[in-house]
Design a protein around this ligand. Structure first.
Ligand code: NAD
Length: 505
């Protein structure tokens, strides 16, 4: 039996419960269907066949979940940090213990390859451990002295929060948002993406089995326009941590205005990788290929624009094209697969449409350029490279969110910077040069929240994560996460009997 066949057998075992019981909501510690009994179907991008019937939550379900989060908030917020730390580590242990199940379910639900998803659970567990260790200090503040007064600042959890996540790498992203919220002392209503809801169900179960009190973490499935909207409008929900498209971010801001929601947005990107002639071209090519074709290109920090200095442009793009052509597209559970099927036929159509747009705009396809017939007949698209593109083209300006790279030559540093900044987005940037002074100068002016110099995206959890321009508002990571999930409070103590102004005698 091949490894793929063995993996398919295991995946079926892990999926059986979803096929049988569907994906229920989790409210106040109970697995429940939607109030009106409605469901929607989740399909696998591998073969477009149904995986599970998912509870279709709406405003009433969100209200129940928000009330549960509100009633559990005082006790959870009051739990000593050391106890929250221990609980979050227990959740991390439980995630690690079910790593294979999480990986296989994620592969079949999202189309992401096992090569990358095998580590999804470990990354998720790492997120919990990182914030667990910081929970005991989350409330610490400063002592600010002036004559006759000492000010003590402290942080307190903001209250119940809503977490809204997208369909790409849903397990890892959910842990990235939920772990700091719990560590800060917030309770949660999570609304995962309708296209990949399975691993969010596993995650909340794991957390409760590991000892998280019922109702601290609630899960409501549904669509953006009903469940998502209701969550952003609910008066008991004090903040929304959102990861998704830029235009959804705008909608959430409007929806949350009435109840003055605090928002944190991690949105889209059109991230440049800028390659100067003095760079180590072989390493730069490996990194560029990794950043656009890993995770099916369905990655907010993907390097979707390749800006290359003219003198090495042809050599460099040939190198990238060669590597792209060798990338294996296939079944997500095949250990050899790099690129699996895209999330959904509608998304596949969007990506293929962009490839057609690129051609009609006059760019040349030098690798890939269309659909691939893959196992199961799902949404497979070849890793694609466009050359001869201009920055004004739609394939250079708009987020495609698939394995499509657009290469553009530049003359000099000034032009490289102009091209790099000439987009509405500003999430990440990747700079390749051997000149350290230029690296400082360029990264200083590059409009992006995160820049890697001579590297692909390697996350260090204490560093800030987030974007500028249309790519987001706010930062995650390290203490930045606590700033979002907590309120800072100042208490001023008089240290002497100072003269108080006497009004009225
Ligand atoms: P999306 O915006 O369509 O959906 C994201 C989530 O928002 C889903 O759960 C959806 O149901 C919900 N939603 C939709 N409309 C809503 C509304 N009106 N009110 C409340 N919730 C609503 O995004 P997607 O297509 O699922 O994900 C892909 C996008 O996510 C890409 O743009 C990608 O760049 C972005 N992303 C950003 C980051 C980052 O860190 N910056 C990370 C991953 C993904």
């Amino acid at each position: 039996m091949s490894t793929l066949e063995q993996n398919l057998g295991k995946a079926e075992q892990y999926l059986a419960r979803f096929r049988e019981l569907g994906v229920l909501n989790q409210i106040a510690g109970e697995a429940v269907p939607a109030l009106d009994g409605a469901t929607f179907e989740s399909i696998s991008p591998v073969d477009l066949k149904p995986l599970a019937k998912v509870a279709h939550g709406k405003a009433g379900d969100i209200d129940r979940a928000a009330q549960a989060a509100k009633s559990t908030f005082p006790a959870w917020a009051a739990l000593p940090g050391e106890k929250r730390k221990a609980l979050l580590h227990a959740i991390a242990d439980a995630i690690e213990a079910r790593a294979e199940e999480i990986a296989f379910v994620e592969c079949m639900d999202t189309g992401q390859s096992l090569r990358f998803m095998a580590k999804a659970a470990l990354r998720g567990a790492e997120n919990f451990r990182f914030f667990a260790d910081r929970a005991p200090q989350a409330r610490d503040g400063l002592a600010l002295r002036t004559e006759g007064q000492v000010n003590l600042t402290t942080r307190v959890p903001i209250g119940p929060v809503g977490i809204i996540t997208p369909w790409n790498t849903p397990f890892m992203l959910s842990t990235w948002k939920i772990a700091p919220a719990l560590a800060a002392g917030c309770t949660i209503v999570h609304k995962p993406a309708e296209l990949s809801p399975l691993s969010a169900r596993l995650l909340v179960e794991i957390a409760e089995e590991a000892g998280l009190p019922k109702g601290v973490w609630n899960l409501v499935n549904g669509f953006g326009e009903d469940a998502g909207k209701a969550l952003t409008e609910h008066p008991a929900i004090k903040a929304i941590g959102f990861v998704g498209e830029s235009r959804t971010g705008s909608l959430i801001m409007k929806q949350g205005a009435e109840t003055l929601k605090r928002v944190h947005f991690e949105l889209g990107g059109k991230n440049p990788v800028i390659v100067f002639a003095d760079a180590d071209l072989e390493r730069a090519a490996d990194a560029a290929v990794f950043m656009i074709y890993s995770l099916n290109g369905e990655r907010c920090t993907s390097s979707s624009r390749l800006l290359v200095e003219e003198s090495v442009h042809d050599r460099f793009t040939a190198l990238v094209a060669e590597k792209a052509k060798r990338i294996r597209v296939g079944h997500p559970l095949d250990p050899e697969t790099v690129i699996g099927p895209l999330i959904h036929p509608v998304h596949e159509e969007k990506v293929l449409e962009y490839i057609a747009i690129g051609r009609s705009e006059g760019a040349s396809v030098v690798a890939g350029g269309g659909k691939v017939t893959g196992p199961g007949g799902g949404c497979y698209v070849a890793p694609t490279l466009f050359t001869g593109a201009a920055n004004s083209m739609r394939i250079a300006q708009e987020e495609i969110f698939g394995p499509v790279l657009t290469a553009i030559p530049f003359k000099d540093e000034t032009e490289a910077l102009t091209l790099a900044n000439d987009v509405q987005y500003g999430l990440a940037g990747y700079l390749w040069t051997a000149d350290v002074t230029r690296a400082f100068r360029f990264s200083d002016r590059l409009e992006a929240g995160m820049i890697w110099v001579n590297s692909e995206n390697v996350r260090h959890l204490p560093t800030p994560f987030g974007g500028v321009k249309s790519s987001g508002i706010g930062r995650d990571g390290g203490d930045w996460s606590f700033d979002f999930y907590m309120e800072t409070k100042n208490v001023a103590f008089a240290t002497a009997a100072h003269a108080i102004p006497k009004l009225g005698g």
